[in-house]
Design a protein around this ligand. Structure first.
Ligand code: ZN
Ligand code: ZN
Length: 412
């Protein structure tokens, strides 16, 4: 069975669409224009669609009897000042949750996900004879804040869309065009972010005896947190505890009343997660007690669920990729400590997930061990043609592994 491929007209239109989307990014859960754009495109293609989870859009692409599958494309940008120098670089700004204005960039490449899924739908619509079944197109907001998938599910997604037998999702990565990266099992880490307010007692800088110094206390916490991964976990267990921000005080001769830390935790599974988060709570509380300070306040900012590729269905997709692009194009070692909420769509209803990364860069950029700027960099600049060719081809190939009908002239 041969995979459907985009013709030059669809590919060229997808490249233009990608450039347009790249120039018009929006922040997480504020994808108002992006959602409206996707709705207009689905309407124009005649694909039934509805809003779900605020700025989420669901399309139902039906073509007769057959299995139902779902395909996720996330839609949000990031608060990054783009520095690619590209003709279609973003100059957009957006409003952060704290009310401040920030530059916005599609710095994680979610624009490639939207454009390739729309083009994939167009190819499928143009070749109804090559497949049958239903594809639930999930245009998901708020991936970067771990909010969108949960919000869509909580908004009744699976009451309103048919239940799929698998949820597929893909993510652009700093890899050469044609490459796809996946394997059965864990594809990303669980991730938790907290804001911790350490309370002390304010005093004049010359009168430390009247203070409980939150800067010293918070510093002990930062140092002690380093021992969780280094001293408490089995050295073979991958985990990260990062203190990303530390803010306290306004003037050098005032001991402040409080200090604020934000921390980011990456863990491979629920068991390690529970251990690490428990240790963080223990250390924060015990260091405050040691300083004679009140109990610190913990605010949970976000929590990324697990992302695990199904052990039976993932090899099926890997074989389809290998058949389409060659075994060399299928990479199985590209696993970092990133996080993704795509797994929640399936986990919420006990349905398996298959997730892969795809390449979008000229292979010359990887010569001599070099690599282009990665996701979340202000210099992240996928090649539009490589991104669209690989994104659309990979999507069609994986969909074909579940819904394809062997064309009559290829049947044995
Ligand atoms: Zn990202
Ligand atoms: Zn992303």
């Amino acid at each position: 069975m041969s995979t459907l491929l985009p013709d030059e007209a669809i590919l060229t239109a997808a490249i233009d669409e990608y450039r347009y989307l790249h120039a018009h990014p929006e922040l997480s859960s504020r994808e108002y224009e992006t959602a409206a754009y996707i709705e207009r495109r689905l309407d124009a293609l005649g694909i039934e669609n509805f809003r779900c989870g605020g700025t989420g859009v669901v399309g139902l692409l039906r073509n007769g009897d057959g299995p139902t599958i779902a395909f996720r494309a996330d839609t949000d940008g990031l608060p990054i000042a783009e520095d690619t120098g590209l003709e279609y670089a973003s100059e957009a700004t957006g409003i952060l949750p704290d009310g401040s204005t920030a530059p916005v960039m599609h710095g994680c490449g979610h624009d490639t996900h939207i454009a390739s899924l729309l083009a994939t739908a167009e190819v499928l619509l143009a070749h109804p004879e090559a497949w049958s079944g239903t594809i639930v197109l999930l245009f998901q907001p708020g991936e970067e804040t771990a909010w969108g998938a949960k919000e869509m599910v909580a908004d009744g997604l699976w009451d309103r869309a048919p239940r799929p037998e698998v949820v597929l999702a893909q993510h652009v990565m700093p890899l050469p065009g044609q490459a796809v990266a996946l394997r059965p099992g864990r594809m990303a880490t669980l991730a938790d972010s907290w804001r911790i307010t350490v309370h002390g007692r304010q005093a004049h800088g010359s009168q430390p005896e009247k203070s409980i110094d939150p800067v010293v206390l918070a510093s002990w916490i930062v140092v002690r947190l380093q021992t969780i991964v280094s001293r408490e976990l089995d050295p073979r267990t991958p985990a990260v505890v990062t203190v990303g921000t530390f803010h306290a005080g306004l003037k050098e001769n005032i001991i402040p009343a409080s200090a604020e830390l934000s921390i980011n935790v990456r863990t491979p599974d629920e068991e390690v997660r529970a251990h690490v988060l428990g240790s963080i709570r223990r250390i924060i509380s015990a260091e405050a007690a040691a300083a004679g300070a009140p109990e610190p306040t913990i605010a949970e900012l976000n929590s990324f669920p697990r992302l695990v590729n199904d052990p039976e269905l993932t090899p099926r997709v890997m074989s389809a990729f290998a058949e389409q692009s060659g075994t060399d194009a299928v990479l199985t070692d590209e696993l970092g400590m990133g996080s993704e909420d795509a797994g929640w769509f399936g986990d919420a209803i006990g349905v398996p997930t298959v997730f892969w990364g795809f390449g979008a860069f000229d292979s010359a950029l990887f010569a001599d061990g070099a690599s282009p700027a990665g996701n979340h960099s202000p210099h992240f600049a996928p090649d539009p043609r490589e991104a669209m060719t690989t994104g659309i081809t990979a999507a069609l190939t994986a969909i074909g592994a579940f819904l394809a009908v062997t064309p009559a002239d290829e049947a044995a």
